[in-house]
Design a protein around this ligand. Structure first.
Ligand code: FAD
Ligand code: NAD
Length: 400
């Protein structure tokens, strides 16, 4: 009997965990498993605020796929997905076409602009390894340039973060922590540098515990960050940002962190989607497709308790991957009923730079060093799940 082709698109949290689980659960002769990713490395999106601000080498956030997955058991194709031909059961890649019997889509997300003009042209919005490198190099160039120009324009040293969600807050946490070192290295008085976080909602980190939000804002303000709350950005221009009020803030650096939408491949492939995310069935299949699973940031799942979508997180992407792998195995064995996915949210912990963080784990609120310890343990736990103790030793973080 012909072995089924299982194709996984994207080697992020969802794709990597699906791949490891399937290789463990299925015998060598049971299926051909193929993983497609645009790079030959996997990176931890959840760490990217650090290399973007220059507090961690980008090398620490990524690992070669061949060093993590057993390529005797899985076929890896380094290529970019162009389109999924759902009815033909084919995936068009830039350099080839592959057939699938079961497909797992884990292509992650892209920046959401909410139609604000100028984001793609004038802001940094790519939360990838190369995107992070670009932000870091640009920031350092601004510092280097300032002392070498006659006019000493303030905007060279003005850094704007659009959006006070977790991404924006974690990034400014790292940048504000690194600022003294940057100022000293480039001989720039600290008071010349301006850092703004601009948020449309009436609070930073909307929906998060107010006491922890206050802790984070006070800490960041003490490092010189200025918050502009209730202040939607209307446009990003060559010279800075224009606010809904009509005011302009001049800046040569705008880092965009106003949320995400699912991969553009989803809409391009004709799936019905909301902001690039497919509202999946409880077993994680795309409606109307018996053989296509959608996981991670491409999947939309409603939290029935509050009738709102679960946020797109690595935590959920990994849990989806486990259920997806199990369901593929069940389908292959002819199982009529598949497992229902229910997220098990353990909590949320966000770093604020240095040894500072905030978080809620279970019902417990964490601040400062305790939260920082927890955050590093979460980062290390993922490495453990993926590559065992060896990967933690190689890439892990010191929690103390
Ligand atoms: P991803 O992990 O983004 O992986 C997608 C993969 O697909 C990538 O390898 C990409 O290269 C590949 N790919 C994309 N397009 C193509 C294509 N066309 N062809 C081939 N390959 C392609 N969540 C948490 O739970 N906790 C956190 O602490 C946390 N921190 C975060 C910090 C930052 C700075 C950011 C930006 C996000 C954070 N998140 C966090 C959210 C989390 O990173 C995402 O929810 C998670 O990465 C989604 O996993 P995924 O598998 O869907 O996609
Ligand atoms: P988000 O949607 O959580 O936050 C984006 C923020 O931008 C919102 O507060 C929104 O009001 C604001 N915004 C939107 N349009 C704006 C505009 N025009 N001007 C100013 N502000 C505007 O997005 P995110 O922070 O990118 O996070 C994406 C996902 O990743 C979320 O699910 C988040 O929970 C997750 N994440 C988690 C962690 C963590 O757990 N430590 C860290 C980073 C990201």
């Amino acid at each position: 009997m012909k072995k089924p082709n299982i194709v996984i698109l994207g080697a992020g949290y969802g794709g990597m965990i699906t791949a490891t689980r399937l290789t463990k659960q299925l015998g060598h002769n049971e299926a051909n498993i193929t993983l497609v990713n645009k790079h030959d490395y996997h990176y931890q999106t959840t760490w990217l605020h650090e290399p973007a601000a220059g507090t961690l080498s980008p090398e620490r956030t990524r690992m070669e796929i061949k060093n993590v997955l057993d390529l005797n058991k899985i076929n890896f194709i380094k290529d970019s997905v162009v389109e999924i031909k759902r009815e033909d059961k084919k995936v068009i890649l830039e350099n080839s076409v592959i057939d699938f019997d079961y497909l797992v889509v884990g292509l992650g997300s892209e920046a959401e602009t909410f139609g604000v003009p100028g984001v793609h042209e004038h802001a940094f919005s790519k939360w990838t390894v190369n995107g992070a490198r670009e932000v870091k190099d640009h920031i350092e160039y601004m510092f280097a340039k300032y002392n070498n120009t006659e006019d000493k324009r303030d905007e060279l040293l003005t850094f704007i973060v659009a959006g006070a969600g977790f991404t924006g807050i974690e990034f400014i946490g790292e940048l504000s922590e690194r600022l003294p070192e940057l100022c000293s290295h480039y001989d720039i008085p600290r008071e010349k540098v301006k850092m703004y976080v601009i948020e449309a909602a009436p609070t930073a980190l909307p929906g998060f515990d107010p006491e922890l939000v206050e802790y984070a804002m006070n800490l960041l303000e003490s490092r010189g960050v200025e918050f502009k709350i209730n202040c939607p950005i209307k446009e990003v221009t060559e010279t800075g940002v224009t606010l809904a009020s009509g005011d302009e803030i001049k800046a040569e650096t705008v880092v965009w962190a106003t949320g995400v939408r699912g991969s553009s491949i989803i809409e391009k492939s004709g799936f019905e989607a909301m902001r690039g995310r497919i509202k999946v069935n409880p077993d994680l299949r795309a409606p109307g497709h018996e053989d296509i699973f959608i996981i991670g940031d491409c999947a939309l799942l409603i939290n029935e308790e509050i009738n709102r979508p679960y946020p797109p997180t690595a935590q959920i992407a990994m849990q989806m991957a486990e259920v997806c792998a199990e369901n593929i195995k069940l389908l292959m064995k002819g199982g009529a009923s598949l497992k229902t996915f229910t997220p098990d949210i353990k909590g949320t912990v966000a770093s604020l730079g240095g040894k500072e963080a905030i978080g809620v784990v279970g019902t417990r609120k964490l601040f400062g060093a305790q939260a920082n310890f927890m955050k590093k343990m979460i980062d290390n736990r993922y490495l453990f799940l993926l590559g065992g103790p060896a990967l933690v030793l190689k890439k892990g973080k010191n929690p103390l």
